[in-house]
Design a protein around this ligand. Structure first.
Ligand SMILES: Cc1cc2nc3c(=O)[nH]c(=O)nc-3n(C[C@H](O)[C@H](O)[C@H](O)COP(=O)(O)OP(=O)(O)OC[C@H]3O[C@@H](n4cnc5c(N)ncnc54)[C@H](O)[C@@H]3O)c2cc1C
Length: 301
């Protein structure tokens, strides 16, 4: 297969970029492995123009319908390797090889998950959450736990404190390590600090219960997890694109990378992981991709 632009990833970033590029009358192939983070959104209340909220699956379905209006070819599949060829790229995919002038990587990232039984259901019900920026407002007045590995995300705790009736910070797998200043700050906002590592989680009628190694039980209506993110940047890294210590990409202007013709958008980019940000990236990157294609066609590059 051959195309002007290959988009890897069919979450909000990839789908909106495909819509823009289709509207620029570009040939577009979008390959998506089908596990967008947005699929886990029970109801979002911060997506533009949905005052009553919208679920992630509904949002993606609407975006796919809009994208299909403009001719992008969408396939379910995985891109396993990208290499440079003839001024463009060749992608190895489970659908065969694809030759393309430009590539947009919108492969996102995945949250490191806690070992809570029936986790998917707990996320769907809003008992386990990952992103206070997304949904802490809907957690107002609740008993909230914030779990991380060893170090407490103090700024996340300060944010959650504005909503929680009671906030507890916990650590998974290892003792909580706090500086004196951090501990004093957390105490000053009335947060409870559980230093002993959590050994096990249970689902309960009211939410999630965390039990420490010595058997102390702490009950929450909502557990926020700050255990980290696994960014899916292996295709970019394979081409020599720099990533930060977590694997997120640090792009150049207009979401370009150091590899000519390779762009990035959405959660894979270092920064704020949000639908609004992924959408903005998609608009900027796809417009720059079209501009580069125009320059290439007219010998302006
Ligand atoms: C529980 C939860 C609630 C959230 N709530 C909100 C909210 O209320 N508001 C908000 O703004 N944001 C929210 N988010 C964050 C939001 O879902 C993400 O910011 C958004 O989905 C990022 O879009 P993206 O397109 O960059 O990545 P994704 O949506 O993750 O899509 C990436 C896609 O790329 C595909 N892919 C990866 N590698 C390959 C490959 N090699 N080949 C082919 N395909 C590949 C994946 O399968 C996936 O489908 C929430 C996230 C979670 C988990």
């Amino acid at each position: 297969m051959k195309t002007e632009c290959l988009i890897v990833g069919g979450g909000p970033a990839g789908l909106l970029a495909a819509t823009y590029l289709g509207r620029f009358r570009r040939s577009v192939i979008l390959i998506d492995a089908g596990d967008s983070r947005a699929l886990r959104i029970p109801t979002s209340h911060n997506v533009l123009a949905f005052p009553d909220g919208i679920s992630g699956p509904q949002l993606l379905e609407r975006m796919r319908i809009q994208c299909d209006e403009y001719g992008a070819k969408r396939y379910r599949g995985t891109v396993t390797r990208l290499s440079r060829a003839d001024g463009g790229f060749v992608a190895d995919t489970d659908l065969g090889m694809i030759a393309t002038n430009k590539v947009l990587l919108a492969t996102g990232g995945l949250d490191v998950e806690p070992e809570v039984p029936a986790l998917r259901l707990a996320v769907k019900e809003g008992a386990v959450r990952y992103c206070p920026i997304c949904d802490a407002f809907e957690a107002s007045g609740k008993r909230i736990g914030l779990i991380s590995y060893g170090k407490c995300r103090v700024k996340e705790a300060l944010l959650l404190h504005r909503y929680a009736s009671q906030l507890t910070v916990l650590s998974a797998g290892q003792e909580m390590h706090l500086t004196e200043t951090e501990a004093a700050l957390l105490r000053s906002i009335g947060a409870q600090i559980v230093s002993e590592p959590v050994a096990q989680f249970y689902r309960t009628d009211f939410g999630v219960s965390a039990v420490t190694k010595s058997g102390d039980e702490h009950r929450f209506e909502i557990l926020y997890c700050a255990l980290g993110t696994r960014f899916r940047s292996n295709l970019a890294a394979g081409l020599g694109v720099p990533v930060d210590e977590d694997g997120a990409i640090l792009p150049r202007d207009h979401l370009r990378t150091n590899v000519p013709g390779l762009f990035v958008a959405g959660d894979i980019v270092h920064g704020l992981s949000q639908v609004a940000v992924a959408s903005a990236h998609a608009a900027i990157a796809s417009t720059a991709i079209n501009a580069e294609l125009l320059e290439d066609e007219h010998g302006l590059s």
